[in-house]
Design a protein around this ligand. Structure first.
Ligand SMILES: [Zn+2]
Length: 329
């Protein structure tokens, strides 16, 4: 999920008040802001996302944002999260990169100490700002040198032929040479060609969404054969209008083709969801039983960049959950 997109109305209100940022609907109080979280189109979604991002200025803002989203994650049983964060959007509007990284580190330490949530970072670049790519890798190196768990480089934002992958090829090459995973979003707004570029040009180790790979059988078979996991975010796809409902969503087709995937929440409050809700919604629609839910949650651990000792702890907690479900049944 995205750090900035995981900030719910209460936390956003608190940060906006501190920095004097005007959020949509917020003149009517937190309820007005909550209403703005139920936007009608992609433009309103972006407007809100950008407004929330603008509330993050000083180290304490980033720290409170991280601790706040980790608190919400802990409340639904999350033990580990990989947060995508877009550092250069903040630096480009004048945020001091050192303060920003300090804030992330403080927030991550608080997430662990206060909420028992371990965090891995994915720093990403907006596809329409490829010049921010190399500076993003520099910030990843700086954060890693500070002891932060930076697991990979991502790319998000608008997809399409006007934003060719070529501009980011040297950026992903550099990130991979430095030992970071390539974790691009692809195949959401744009079709299979975007997924092919993510694999062939970025060396994708895991792909955000990737759902539109179903439109090209040969590529679908290739993704399955290569074992590149997809981060599926069903509610995100439905809210943004890529599919009308779960019946039209390609999850089942991807699964039938043998593609690896996990269930994710993307920007949970902005899509009116939580990770738990994503599991419940899919479980109801696809008829998943406890064994299936357990296997899907296990896959999420396997596709993550979590260190082995914590991964083992989480897997044994998942096994305990399954045992409890079976005993209750
Ligand atoms: Zn995303």
């Amino acid at each position: 999920m995205h750090l900035e997109g995981s900030i719910g109305p209460e936390l956003a209100m608190q940060l906006a008040t501190r920095r004097g940022v005007e959020l949509p609907g917020a003149s009517e109080g937190v309820e007005g802001l909550r209403a703005a979280y139920r936007y009608a189109n992609f433009q309103d979604f972006i407007r809100l996302y950008v407004a929330i991002s603008r509330c993050l200025c000083e180290a304490e803002d980033f720290a409170d944002a991280v601790a706040g989203v980790a608190h919400a994650a802990a409340d639904e049983g999350v033990r580990y999260a990989e947060y995508t964060f877009t550092p250069m959007t903040h630096v480009a509007r004048g945020v001091d990169p050192e303060r920003m990284l300090e804030g992330l580190a403080q927030g991550r330490a608080r997430a662990r100490a206060e909420h028992g949530v371990e965090i891995g970072w994915v720093f990403d670049v907006v596809r329409s700002f490829p010049d921010q790519g190399m500076p993003t890798v520099e910030l990843m190196l700086r954060a890693r040198a500070m002891g932060e768990a930076v697991v990979g480089l991502g790319v998000g934002g608008p997809e399409g032929p006007q934003w060719p992958a070529a501009a980011l090829v040297p950026v992903f090459a550099r990130a991979k040479a430095e030992g970071f995973a390539a974790l691009p979003h692809a195949g959401e707004q744009d079709g299979p060609a975007s997924v092919a570029a993510a694999i062939d040009e970025f060396g994708a180790d895991r792909i955000g969404h990737g759902v539109r790979v179903v439109e090209e059988p040969a590529l679908l078979a290739r993704v399955a054969e290569l074992g590149i996991p997809l981060e599926l975010c069903p509610s995100s796809n439905l809210v943004l209008g890529f599919y009308p409902d779960l019946a039209a969503h390609p999850l089942a087709a991807l699964d039938a083709a043998g593609v690896k995937w996990s269930i994710n929440s993307d920007d949970p409050p902005l899509f009116g969801t939580t990770l738990t809700n994503e599991y419940l919604r899919c479980a109801r629609h696809y008829g998943w039983d406890a064994h299936r839910i357990h296997a899907i949650a296990r896959a999420a651990v396997e596709h993550s960049y979590l260190q082995a000792s914590t991964a083992n702890e989480i897997c044994s907690a998942q096994d305990d959950w399954l045992r409890a479900q079976l005993e209750r049944a």
